[in-house]
Design a protein around this ligand. Structure first.
Ligand SMILES: Cc1ncc(COP(=O)(O)O)c(C=O)c1O
Length: 375
């Protein structure tokens, strides 16, 4: 393969592939999705999504955060309750818990999953603990078997944050389907990017019925403009659903691309001593939404220096999320969250957009090797 020179444009960490198929659905929704057809694509998207992941019900929502919030409400989480979440995750997890009036309790993650450490989680359980929220960070799969066992032992609800977990499979089942409820995100950098959007899934009929009312200001489904309880305005638009449906129809192709990108990187960076990449256990399929590296301190450049140097070569990267406990806006965890801290401050998401080719991956990988002085 011919070596690539510095590109004129930045190689980005994400970015969707928009084809004629997507444009056709969106155009149709914009032209015809009104009056009696105002929700046609929403219903189709929900149905297709439920079928794809293998759940009974799916509800399209404006964001993944709103889907998490709704899941917590359905589980009856409220003031005085505690919800276990990982310290190393996106802030939406903590905020969604806080919106209900409950308290997010920050638990350390483990190195094998980059998600909540089940053994450590047990130490935080009190009589106020109501739910646990595992997260499939960067498309890596949480220890759901361990989490389910813990939840069963202490009668906790499992509200799964699958916002980054679309395409992840655990023991033959799609992420999200074995929990009480789960949330997915379709924000612009995600695998199924539609701008902003989310999906709530559940197998419980009573939960989905209540959710359908709550996302429309607590509407009574049988009486127009009659509201049974105080609800929210949490809709997805028909036009976004059209884009979502089109993208869902090619989802396995997108996942295959993500996995291919990861394997291109893995073959070039996987043997560098002191540098590790996304974990993948044998009983799971990761989506590899974001190919990531974690650097030990032994290199001649720090994590942040490497990111700056890569940017000068027109390679964009993302730092890992900060531990939530470092923001100073939520109470500090009772026990240390050292693995969360180590990962958060030494990890980088590499360019992983589905349009990336092998030449770009080779350019990024060669640049990392050169800059770190690895031959
Ligand atoms: C792990 C995680 N949880 C929750 C969310 C919230 O999703 P959204 O941005 O669609 O509200 C995101 C997405 O950004 C996320 O990455």
């Amino acid at each position: 393969m011919k070596r690539m020179q510095k590109p004129n444009e930045m190689i980005l960490t994400a970015g969707p592939k928009i084809s004629r198929h997507e444009l056709a659905y969106v155009t149709d929704a914009a032209k015809n999705g009104w009056n009696f057809h105002h929700s046609d694509y929403i219903y189709k998207f929900e149905e297709a999504f439920a079928r794809y992941v293998g759940t009974s019900y799916a509800l399209a929502m404006p964001t993944g955060t709103s889907a998490l919030h709704m899941g917590l409400i359905l589980a009856g989480v409220g003031p005085g309750d505690e919800v276990l979440i990982p310290d190393f995750t996106y802030i939406a997890c903590a905020n969604a818990v806080q919106y209900t009036g409950a308290r997010p309790v920050l638990v350390d993650v483990d190195r094998d999953t980059w998600s909540i450490d089940v053994r450590k989680a047990e130490r935080y359980i009190t009589r106020r603990t109501r739910a646990i929220m595992p997260v499939h960070l960067y498309g890596n799969v949480a220890d759901m078997r361990g989490i389910r066992a813990l939840a069963k032992k202490y009668k906790l609800y499992v509200i799964e944050d699958a916002c980054e977990g679309l395409g992840c499979i655990l023991n033959g089942k799609h992420a999200g389907v074995t929990s009480d409820t789960a949330a997915f995100s379709f924000q612009g950098a995600k695998l199924l990017a539609i701008g902003e959007g989310g999906m709530l899934i559940t197998n419980k009929k009573s939960w989905i019925e209540r959710a359908r009312s709550l996302v429309d200001h607590g509407i009574n489904p049988k009486r127009q403009f009659w509201h049974d309880e105080i609800g929210y305005m949490y809709p997805m638009s028909n036009i976004q659903a059209a884009l979502g449906l089109a993208r869902l129809e090619e989802i396995e192709d997108l996942i295959a691309r993500k996995r291919q990108i990861f394997s291109w990187y893995k073959s070039r960076l996987g043997t560098i001593e002191g540098l590790s990449m996304n974990p993948e256990r044998t009983d799971v399929r990761s989506s590899y939404w974001m190919t990531s590296i974690v650097m030990e301190k032994k290199f001649r450049l720090s994590r942040d220096e490497l990111r700056i140097a890569l940017k000068l070569r027109n390679i964009d990267t993302r730092p890992f999320f900060y531990p939530i406990s470092d923001f100073g806006i939520y109470p500090k965890p009772k026990f240390n969250t050292s693995v969360s801290h180590e990962l958060a401050y030494s990890g980088i998401n590499l360019p992983s957009g589905v349009c990336l080719g092998e030449r770009e991956v080779a350019y990024v990988s060669d640049s990392i090797r050169e800059l770190l002085g690895v031959t």
